[in-house]
Design a protein around this ligand. Structure first.
Ligand SMILES: O=C(O)C(=O)C[C@]1(C(=O)O)C=C[C@@H](O)C=C1
Length: 357
């Protein structure tokens, strides 16, 4: 078989794939009509997860799980846009890791609004300027993002989904090799997380390290200066057409950030593998054991707590705290209802969503 022959076979399959995808979209359009009539929610992460899991089970390769997931997430994003075009706000700037996270879930067809602060994303969601907002909640090396935690307590939004993406840094530059680099732009965290790489490659030349507010600003500045490099995301390098000299330069390749997709009113159906996030404003009292008793009730119900963070009440004179709590399970599970029966007055459930490993 010649290359031409093989390509002809591929072309035929692509025609079939396109035909099948359009057939799928016709069904999706019908789902959209039904949902519009009943005012049902378009985005159903638990249904998407179920479809992907089913496909994993019957997959015989050579496509691997990551590839199947990436392809189908793009199909779902396109499908949701056929049902109803969605506007999504994310913490910018363009080319940030949050942008990358948003695109991984909402695809290339959605309309994006880039906002400068986490607070602005919450406001856009609360006022329903956008249907969904994407914001970081924690990084497994740097810890929790307190601004997000506090805004979840202060505003009226729900968590629709969580997603975790690997944080890989690249060194992008017009320079041909490291010896030609006189300046490196990046964000404080990125410099910190790539220290091993910087020590190894720039031990002799010691380029100036210039801190800027975002890694995409770093990419923009480096694109204007042939003697400069940026430590940035791949998406930022692509955005400013800056060649990538080194990939995955972070010291710890397990670096991952977890994001929340928030929405004004949102309720998932149970998926069988869910996580619930809540805020607990326990009564302010001097009595001992208020927190211990609260936690014991979860233990008694066999509920696995995965996170508890204490946060101060802003403006309080005393040292009083509220708690940000995450647990395994769905909020309508019987055992969680037992907790609500007892502590419901001071618990605000922010959402139950598919647990994303
Ligand atoms: O099943 C639905 O509820 C749909 O809207 C269809 C569909 C899909 O493409 O399969 C699209 C969007 C939802 O997030 C889940 C699934």
């Amino acid at each position: 078989m010649t290359l031409e022959d093989v390509r002809q076979e591929i072309d035929k399959l692509d025609d079939t794939l396109l035909e099948l995808l359009n057939q799928r979209m016709n069904w999706v359009h019908k789902v959209g009509e039904i949902k519009n009539k009943t005012k049902a929610v378009i985005y159903r992460p638990e249904r998407e997860k179920q479809i992907i899991e089913r496909l994993f089970e019957q997959n015989k390769g050579p496509l691997n799980k990551d590839a199947i997931e990436a392809i189908f997430l793009e199909i779902f994003a396109a499908a949701r846009n056929i049902e109803l075009p969605e506007r999504i706000a994310y913490l910018g700037p363009e080319g940030s890791f949050t942008h990358q996270a948003a695109e991984s879930r909402f695809g290339a067809m959605s309309e994006y609004v880039t906002l400068p602060t986490i607070k602005a994303v919450f406001e856009a969601v609360e006022t329903e300027r956008v249907r969904f907002g994407v914001i970081p909640i924690e990084n497994n090396q740097e810890g929790i993002v307190y601004e997000t935690v506090d805004l979840l307590n202060e505003t009226q939004v729900n968590i629709a989904a969580e997603l975790k993406i690997p944080v890989h840094f690249t060194m992008a530059t017009e320079a041909e090799n490291p010896s030609k680099i006189k300046r490196i732009y990046s964000k404080d965290i990125a410099f910190r997380q790539c220290r091993g790489f910087l020590n190894k490659y720039f031990e002799q030349t010691h380029p100036e390290e210039i801190q800027v507010e975002s890694t995409s600003k770093a990419a923009k500045l480096a694109a204007e200066d042939p003697e400069a490099a940026a430590i940035c995301s791949e998406i930022a390098a692509k955005l400013f057409r800056l060649p990538v000299l080194f990939k995955n330069i972070e010291d710890n390749s397990n670096n991952r950030t977890r994001f929340f997709i928030i929405s004004k009113t949102f309720e998932n159906q149970p998926s069988g593998n869910d996580k619930t996030t809540l805020v607990a404003r326990l009564p302010k009292t001097d009595e001992s054991g208020v927190l211990a008793n609260f936690l014991m009730d979860f233990k008694e119900q066999n509920i696995n707590l995965t996170k508890i963070e204490s946060r101060p009440y802003k403006g309080d004179e005393d040292f009083n705290f509220w708690f940000f709590v995450e647990l395994l399970g769905y909020h309508k599970d019987e055992k969680f209802q037992e907790i609500l029966n007892k502590h419901g007055d001071y618990i605000k459930v922010l959402g139950s969503y598919v647990r994303n490993a």
